[in-house]
Write a protein that binds this ligand. Sequence first.
Ligand SMILES: C[S@@+](CC[C@H](N)C(=O)[O-])C[C@H]1O[C@@H](n2cnc3c(N)ncnc32)[C@H](O)[C@@H]1O
Length: 310
Amino acid sequence: MGQTISSIVSDVRVLANLAMAPFRHAGESHKERLEAFYQAQAGDYDAFRKRLLQGREELMAEAKAAHGEGGIWVDLGGGTGANLEMMGDEAIMSFAKVYLVDLCGPLLEVARKRCEERGWHNVQIVEDDATTWVPEEGYGQVNLITFSYSLTMIPDWYAAIEHAAALLAPGGLIGTVDFYVARKHPAEGMAKHSWLQRTFWPTWFLMDDVRLNMDHVPYLLRKFQKVAVVEGLAQVPYIGWLLPKVPYYRFIGKLELPEHEEEEDDAAVIKLPPAAASGKKVKAAGGKKLDIEVPTFQKPRMVRQGSSVN
Ligand SMILES: C[S@@+](CC[C@H](N)C(=O)[O-])C[C@H]1O[C@@H](n2cnc3c(N)ncnc32)[C@H](O)[C@@H]1O
């Protein structure tokens, strides 16, 4: 279906804003710069980004399928709450709690309005930094964390990923979708991008302080147990036919058992008498024979899923 005049006018406002961004005095702090960037385009944000930011609906569907129901979902750098819309009413209401965290006041206003209109009483809108904010439930309590097109806008994206890992409960899921570029020599099975893609797009997006990075995917793969990685190419609205497509990825990963829990398991092995570890009848410390068969002790191991790029 073709675009209406009002949607074209809305797009022109966004494009004018994006074009002016590099020349604007944007503020001293990251929050001020984000607000200066988004202030004038907050109302038009969703319509334009729907075509620019591809893969968000797929990520929400995959995260929903991998996570199931209940628990806590945190959308970090969640902006206007478009992801919540894509997750759908039923899924939203199935969570015990949903937090949408973002630093940008004008975008959060849109999210607040959306939550009121949809009656999502279990969603809490939080104006805070994704690299430091902690929910009232504390660390290690979140079941699903998503970043959609926010890692490229968070200057210390390492801190954002580290912090997300600290917030996740063991076995919790992280889902990210974003633009990126491949390393010059990507790992086997990963997409290769042309020299033009690897140089043009990071320079282009940097004008709006969006940092496409060749290390996001390798770092996520190192940090989490891979559930799925999908690499794709998107056409940028209006100018896309002139240019190479911009690479984007989706990643879903699982937080593995923390190191110290594995150490505790190791300690349990050491504490058991040798006979217990081999499944034989054992004697108690005082020499009294125990009347039970101790099953062979096996240290639990996390099994890697989805070892191929899919
Ligand atoms: C391109 S927008 C994506 C918004 C939303 N996730 C979506 O898919 O429509 C990037 C978002 O990251 C937010 N952001 C950037 N740095 C942040 C930080 N340190 N803490 C929280 N949010 C941040 C911005 O305010 C913005 O809303």
